[in-house]
Write a protein that binds this ligand. Sequence first.
Ligand code: SF4
Length: 348
Amino acid sequence: MVATPLVEVEALKMHFSMKSGAFSRRKGVIKAVDDLSFKILPNETFGLVGESGCGKTTVGRAILKAIQPTSGKVIYHSKDGDSVDFVPMSNKQIRPYRQEVQMIFQDPYSSLSPRMTVQEILEEPLILAGVTDKDYLYEQASEMIQQVGLRSSHLMRYPHAFSGGQRQRIGIARALITRPRFIVADEAVSALDVSVQAQVLEILIDLKNKFDLSFLFISHDLSVVNYICDRVGVMYLGRMVEVAPTQALFTKPLHPYTEALMHAIPDINERQIRNDILAGEIPDAANPPTGCAFHTRCQYAKDLCKSKTPELQNFADTLNGKEIFRQSACHFVEEIFHHPKERKFNEM
Ligand code: SF4
């Protein structure tokens, strides 16, 4: 039986008007997110990857309504059994759900107020939710700081007394203190040293299982995504081009862009997506290529790719003897799926 999703993103669009200044003649619309649909299941970590500027951070912000989407739906299935669409709701209407939906930020240095003690930082979301009992507030702060591997005695200190990894643990404790069910983690370990990243990722995995959390894990680091995510969505110029369980995506990508991303990681120490290895420049988002937006960089592109935009197609596949469900937006995905080794490089 397929589990009911916790979050369903349907046809999400985030378009920005380009303003023409006194010296600029450019006008138009940037489609930062264009017709994006995906689901996140209970207790699932769904990764969103792509090169810088592909729109993945915008998706996270639009889901949490830090910015108002242009159109689409963000259906959230709440603890009480309600199914609500965040997109048309006002801040006041969303407030009851804020405790269930939280965010972990990239930069542990700037996301914590330097003037507040760790105790005040952790207690603040509960106070904003109306909790006034001081003993209860302290109990919760004390429990949560220990859940992230720090001590109750750390509650009296200020953020500057901690290392980057410890500050990110404090950020995680703050996000979790309202006992959320869904967390958007945007580049949550990118600012940390590689050795510290592994510790913080282990904490996130541990807390996910302990508190039955679901994550939208946004990252440009494919090694991190491979380590922590159950399924991954790959974005290119605002659109989803592939969705698959992590192991299937990394062992047998079904979209030429995903395949190029894999080849753009030369070794374990060079884990970021290298634009110099992925052939060609990322096109201007204000003036994207016609047809398949990836055709200007795709080694398999044919004439059809220049005129017709490929839709995400569903595929049944198998992984470790189990049936899995995956999607790819490429006109030639059948060929890739059935004959991955027979594809010919295009001479264009
Ligand atoms: Fe490449 Fe064409 Fe597939 Fe786009 S549709 S990924 S250009 S082969």
